[in-house]
Design a protein around this ligand. Structure first.
Ligand code: GDP
Length: 479
């Protein structure tokens, strides 16, 4: 929690039913929060009973995950970008149903990055547009997870070229939306989605497998003696490969095939089919060619269990998503430098603003409360929010500012004074008390629900202004 470079605050956003909850469960299983066998069925982020019954996620829930990154991957962040290999991912799940959009906005206020989940068969849908627009307007950087790739293979029986065209069209649609809501010179830097950059992952949340191009680039980089980045560029777009002459070309010539189809989709489809046919010898041979070996225990499995275990261990979906999140979404240190201006109502050079811009733990406490999550005590709530500067300790005296508080007015309404008790880390259905919570993190507080209905600002700076109250518009994007 103290290593600000190694924190990612993210939301998973999607149209309803595109697989957000299933993928979130894969992330939780990877981080050891729920058993791997339950991923896809447990719905750990659905803490409300009503959600489990309805099968949709109503209230956003926050979960903190720990991810230890492979040193081979981490080097892509550059020397200034990280502080050890352990990363803390504060994940805010948010609903995808149009009626609950204020909840999405509340979740977005807490995070700096969003994993946009799109069912690649259904493509970009109404709610994908609405939530992506909300995210971009909040200066939240996106990465894309193309889910349900299994449907293109088993249900639609598409050829690799048809699958490629389907995926490319989803990416073009996402980029078209990004183009509408973001300038080319966005304060977030380059926000466009491109598999060859590594900010797009593909997979099946239901079966627990997934990849981004880096995994395949690494495999072929040693084989061809070509740098990983260069292979990644060739694995997407109009790059063709002739297996006979072992040559890459820029146009399709006799006997050549698209790089992505030849090196990614064809082996993937063959392995999926062999393992779903329970053809263990063929599965083993195909995987061996790609440098992956099955264990004796894997070979004992039968039917669907065999296919799922093979795919999950060969290409774990959670690793593909976590790599993408860590490498392509900003840390609070990076994000707060450009987000503070649009988040804070006060002067941009006051003590609070400067501390938030640099995500300074030595500065005054500035925390934005975005939502109330039911606690285990009947009728009471955890106030869940993001600490932008300073830290929270047990017994700390703070001022709580409701949405109607105005520091300029003579009558100080909607202002309360309170002594904080311990903060808690949100772990889906449960919480973990912590002695100290530092800026850059998302945590829960007890006792604050007495003063705030939903949102507000907590500070130790007597001249603090509010962090901006959420602006929300329900109008869908006009095509
Ligand atoms: P959410 O509404 O976005 O949270 O979507 P869910 O995670 O609840 O998934 C909606 C439905 O799609 C469920 O029946 C899932 O089992 C199914 N599903 C999720 N991921 C996949 C996938 O990768 N492939 C297939 N075929 N189905 C999936």
């Amino acid at each position: 929690m103290r290593r600000r470079r190694n924190i990612r605050n993210i939301a998973v956003i999607a149209h309803v039913d595109h697989g957000k909850t299933t993928l979130t469960d894969s992330l939780l299983a990877r981080a050891g929060v729920i058993a791997t066998s339950q991923a896809g069925t447990k719905r750990a982020t659905d803490t409300l009973k009503a959600e489990q019954e309805k099968g949709i996620t109503i209230k956003s829930t926050a979960i903190s995950l720990y991810y230890n990154m492979d040193p081979k991957d981490i080097q892509h962040l550059g020397d200034d970008g990280y502080d050890g290999t352990g990363f803390l991912i504060n994940l805010v799940d948010s609903p995808g149903h149009v009626d609950f959009s204020p909840e999405v906005t509340a979740a977005l206020r807490l995070v700096d990055g969003a994993m946009v989940v799109v069912d690649c068969v259904s493509g970009v849908s109404v709610q994908t547009e609405t939530v992506l627009r909300q995210a971009l307007c909040e200066n939240i950087k996106p990465v894309l997870m193309m889910n349900k790739l299994d449907r293109t293979i088993f249900e639609k029986a598409l050829t690799p070229e048809e699958i490629y065209c389907t995926l490319r069209s989803v990416i073009e649609n996402v980029n078209a939306l990004i183009g509408i809501y973001c300038d080319a010179e966005s304060i977030m830097g380059d926000v466009m989605i491109d598999p060859s950059k590594g900010n797009v992952a593909f997979g099946s949340g239901l079966h627990g497998w997934g990849f981004n191009l880096r995994q395949f680039a690494r495999l072929y980089s040693s084989k061809f003696g070509i740098k990983e980045e260069k292979i990644m560029r060739r694995l997407w777009g109009n790059n063709f490969y002739s297996p006979e002459t072992r040559q890459w070309t820029k146009q399709m010539v006799d006997g050549s095939t698209r790089g992505f189809n030849f090196f990614v989709l064809e082996p993937l489809v063959k392995i999926l089919q062999a393992s779903s046919d329970n053809d263990k010898a063929l599965t083993q041979t195909l995987l061996k060619k790609l440098g992956f070996h099955l264990t004796a225990a894997d070979l004992q499995l039968q039917g669907k269990d065999f296919m799922r275990t093979v795919m999950k261990t060969w290409l774990p979906a959670a690793d593909a998503m976590l790599d993408m999140i860590v490498l392509h979404l900003p840390s609070p240190l990076t994000a707060q430098a450009y987000r503070t201006e649009s988040l804070y109502e006060g002067p941009l050079d006051d003590e609070a603003s400067l501390a938030m811009k640099s995500c300074n733990p030595e500065g005054p406490l500035m925390m934005y409360i975005a939502k109330m999550v039911p606690s285990h005590e009947k009728g009471r709530f955890y106030a869940v929010g993001r600490i932008f500067s300073g830290n929270i300790t047990h017994g700390q005296k703070v001022q709580i500012m409701g949405p109607n508080y105005s520091p300029g007015s003579a009558k100080k309404s909607d202002l309360y004074f309170h002594t904080l008790s311990r903060a808690v880390m949100m772990m889906g259905g449960s919480v973990q008390p912590i002695d100290e919570a530092v800026c850059g993190n998302i945590v829960g507080l007890t006792g604050v629900d007495k003063f705030l209905q939903k949102s507000g600002t907590i500070s130790t700076f007597s001249h603090a202004h509010n962090l901006k109250v959420l602006k929300f518009s329900v109008s869908p994007v006009v095509r």
